[in-house]
Structure formats: structure tokens, C-alpha cells
Design a protein around this ligand. Sequence first.
Ligand code: TRP
Length: 335
Amino acid sequence: MEEQKQAKQRILSGIQPTGVFTLGNYMGAIVNWEQMQEDYDCAYFIADLHSLTVRQEPAELRKHTIEAFALLLACGIDPEKSLVFVQSHVHTHAEMGWVLCCSALMGELGRMTQFKDKSAKHADNINAGLFTYPVLMAGDILLYQADYVPVGQDQRQHLEFTRDLAERFNHFYGNVFKIPDGYYPKAGAKVMSLQDPTSKMSKSDPNPNSFISILDDRPVILNKFKRAVTDSEAEIVYREGKDGINNLITIYSVMTGKSIPEVEKEFEGQGYGTFKMAVGESVADRLQPIRDEFNRLVGEKKYLEELMAVGADRAYRISRRTLEKAKKKVGLLLP
Ligand code: TRP
């Protein structure tokens, strides 16, 4: 008897090309993206259109876009298994964004906390794109009829907005969009600053010792872990109030695949110095092949461009179906 092949559910997520990813981006997002490739039909893209909402140096943005693409591949996102592309290469995204803008409400967009935060931070450039950012993101998701969208907590509100917008559109015009669900990584995957373990690890932190870039080399990584802020006790246990140690235990646990109790047991009675070095080594071991593969790939620009073109073409063929359906429903005459 022929086996019934169930279509896999679709996962979609994007990442902005704003410089080399940190260990935080890697552990919080990309490790999950890589694992999900086995069980889902995955689409991952570089959200370069979203980056335009904050002023960019054009040459830098171009460089960061190709580097971000190479990094995804170096981290194990496999274009044979997943759809990988650059957002601006697929014009359906901008077009869907416009159609959806006409169903999005000023009031709901004005309530987005990221808009409020970014307007405060870039008071000299509160552009309309910053305001409609969540609509573009909704289009990214809805075009592919995604079932699940893995995002960090900071994007949760945008995903809720996407669901509301899709429901509203479907209600007014008829069923076009699948209503996507969020897919939130386990709490343990949140990585904190090595210098101030109460705040999230961020590549925009002015102190480079506070974050690990996934392209840092071994001596740099070890040095940063050596300087990591801990506490004045001498106990390697995961406990409230021990933010620095908790962060190091989490990192070691994800890097080695050991559970938190296993890590506590392994380092029982040992000093912080030894532990920090072990964490540093585990990170350096894990990142080494990624750095090697990235360095190889950035030297193969032609190959990367070919992969981008293949990805864009596939993405276009999938997304145009939804776009055409939506255009038809709102009354646009298809050519
Ligand atoms: N806004 C997301 C971020 O900055 C990136 C993004 C753009 C995205 N479009 C998306 C994420 C669609 C998930 C789905 O992190």
C-alpha cells in the first residue's frame, strides 16, 4: 500500500542584516532554525527592507546582507532543505505590504512598543517605514501561509498584530491568509551580556567584552569569558540572583547538550576561573567550524549570488499565489 505523505507544516522567519550575529542570536534563534529544518518546510530570509527603517550606510548594508546570507549557510541552514533568500529580491513582499497597509489601523501601529522605543532612540528619523514596519513583516509571514513563526519576545507583539490583520482581511474580503502561530524558543536560550548579566547580549553594546560575535576567534572568546562578570560567591549552581553564573551555565548547557543539573554536577567544588574557561572552550569549539565555513563562503561570491537567485525565484513562485489571491479579493484587476 502506498504511504500517505503528509505535507509538512511551514516555518518562516527573518533576520535583519545589521552586522555579524552574536552568540545570543545564534543560540536564541539560528540553532532552532537549523533543527527545525528536519521536521518542517522552512523558509528563512534576510530582512533587508526592514533594515532601511533605520539609517544605513549603503555600502555597509550591501556587505552585511551578503555576509548575513553566508552566515546562515555557515550555521547549517541548508538551501537544499530550506528556502533561503533575501527579502528585497522578491518584490511580492513590498507589494503585499502596500495592500495590507490599507487594512492596518494607525491606532494599532501606534501602540507597537518597538515603534515607540525606536522613535525615542532615533528621534531625528521617525520615518513612515518605522511606523509601517509591522505591516511589512505581516506580509512576509502571510505570503507564505506560514504555520509557525519562530521569533524572540521582542517580536511577539508584531506577530499578534499579524494575526489580527490577517483575521480582519479574511473577514472583509474572504479567506486568503492562514493565521500563523508564534514559536517561542525555550526560555533557557536567552543569552545575557557577559559584562552586565541582567541585560540581553547585544551587538550594539559599546563594550565589545559584553558580547561574543560568532566570528570571534578562540583567543578572543576565551579572553571575553575570562573577564565575564560573575558574583562574590563560589558556587556553580543555577539560582535566582546569580545572573552571571546562570548565564554561563545556560551557554555551556546549550553548547554541550548537557542539562543544567548535569552541568552543576560536573563543576561541583570547582572554581569560577576553571568554569569560565570550560564555557569559553565549549563556545570556541562550537563556533570554529562556523567561522571556517563563513570564511570559505565569503570568498565564493558568485556561488552565493547563484544561491540567492535560486532562493528568490522559488520564493517568488510560492508567494505570488497568495499575493494574486489577495489582489483579486480586494478588487484589483490582474493583468
Ligand atoms: N522584525 C524581525 C526582527 O527584527 C525580522 C523579521 C522581518 C521577521 N520579517 C519577519 C521575523 C517575518 C519573522 C517573520 O527580528
